[in-house]
Write a protein that binds this ligand. Structure first.
Ligand SMILES: [Zn+2]
Length: 338
């Protein structure tokens, strides 16, 4: 009997030592607060699963600024869908990041591959400077984005690393497969960004962000609903400067363009006229958003202010994000007088 008691005492002592060492290693490795157990050392036990370090929560941003991440299928989608709103957030000191889920390497009628991918990356980097935001282009071939576990993990990690309060993407019903799958991948990351053991290598979020969709005109299975409409008049020059900067897409016509669109580069008047034509096309497109959603603008800004808005961007709330009050939505989109 006494031998058994001695062996039991030794086992308990060793278990205690193992817990102490594991706790010290975890503390030294920077383990942060844990859900519900706030840095507690696990109680003495022989179960190795309890001794393993827990996934870490992302620390909250403490600068009082919002953090917004926008996903688009190609290097131009975020800029067109949310460039004005991004510029407004950025002007207020909030942090915005655009992510293109493909590198855009077939998005031109005359060039493709690596050189085009580099060119398009440079174009969105110029846009990011204009808007005062950050940008990233995933090195996935244009037209080949798929809904895979690997891509879901990539999107989840990007949202977590940005510690996003707001996430915006395409709806999953859209003409382009890269847009549809971007929307699907982002929806699939909603909620999962808060699950500690999904991608445990990247600190998880303790709150599901608010997810929204950018506007499109597709009617099936259901048409876009404008839940938030942001006036962008005060930043319209920045947004139109982005259209200029995305010259492979608009000045040169992108994948469905052709040589007939391009004036002789030596003919400066013709070049200027082509630039002006593009600018007017896009100004009209951004003005049509305000016109389409004038009623919603009146709800958000009041009828007087809504009447004078010329340019806007619209977003639809995705039900898979955090449920929020109208008050919180106004905090996340701090553009409306009350
Ligand atoms: Zn696109």
């Amino acid at each position: 009997m006494s031998e058994i008691r001695t062996a039991w005492r030794c086992w308990v002592a060793l278990s205690g030592l193992a817990v102490f060492v594991a706790g010290a290693v975890w503390g030294a490795s920077g383990g942060g607060a844990q859900p519900g157990t706030a840095d507690q050392v696990p109680s003495a036990t022989a179960d190795p699963a309890v001794l393993a370090p827990l996934p870490r929560a992302a620390p909250p941003a403490e600068d009082g600024k919002l953090r917004v991440i926008v996903f688009g299928g190609h290097p131009d989608d975020c800029e067109l869908d949310a460039g004005g709103t991004a510029a407004r957030w950025a002007k207020m000191g909030h942090k915005v990041k655009f992510v293109s889920c493909t590198n855009g390497d077939i998005g031109h009628w005359r060039m493709a591959g690596g050189p085009l991918a580099l060119r398009r990356k440079a174009e969105v980097q110029r846009c990011a400077e204009i808007l005062g935001i950050e940008t990233e282009v995933l090195d996935i071939h244009d037209g080949e984005l798929m809904v895979t576990m690997g891509n879901r993990r990539t999107i989840c990690r990007l949202i977590r690393q940005w510690r996003a309060d707001v996430v915006i993407s395409h709806r999953p019903n859209d003409y382009h497969p890269d847009h549809r799958y971007t929307g699907q991948l982002v929806m699939d990351a909603a909620y999962m960004v808060t699950v500690p053991y999904f991608c445990p290598d990247t600190p998880y979020l303790t709150r599901n962000p608010v997810f929204l969709f950018s506007e499109d005109g597709f009617q099936r299975p259901h048409p876009f609903t404008a839940d938030v409409v942001v006036p962008i008049d005060e930043v319209i020059e920045q947004k139109l400067a982005c259209v200029d900067a995305l010259e492979s897409q608009f000045y040169e016509g992108g994948c469905n363009g052709g040589p007939e669109l391009l004036p002789d580069p030596a003919d400066t008047a013709a070049v200027a006229a082509r630039k002006q034509e593009i600018r007017q096309q896009f100004a009209a497109r951004f003005a049509a958003v305000a016109e389409r959603h004038r009623k919603k603008l009146a709800e958000l800004c009041g009828p007087e202010a809504a009447r004078t808005v010329r340019y806007a961007e619209a977003f639809e709330i995705c039900e898979y994000g955090r449920r929020h009050s109208e008050q919180e939505l106004r905090t996340l989109f701090p553009f409306f007088e009350r």
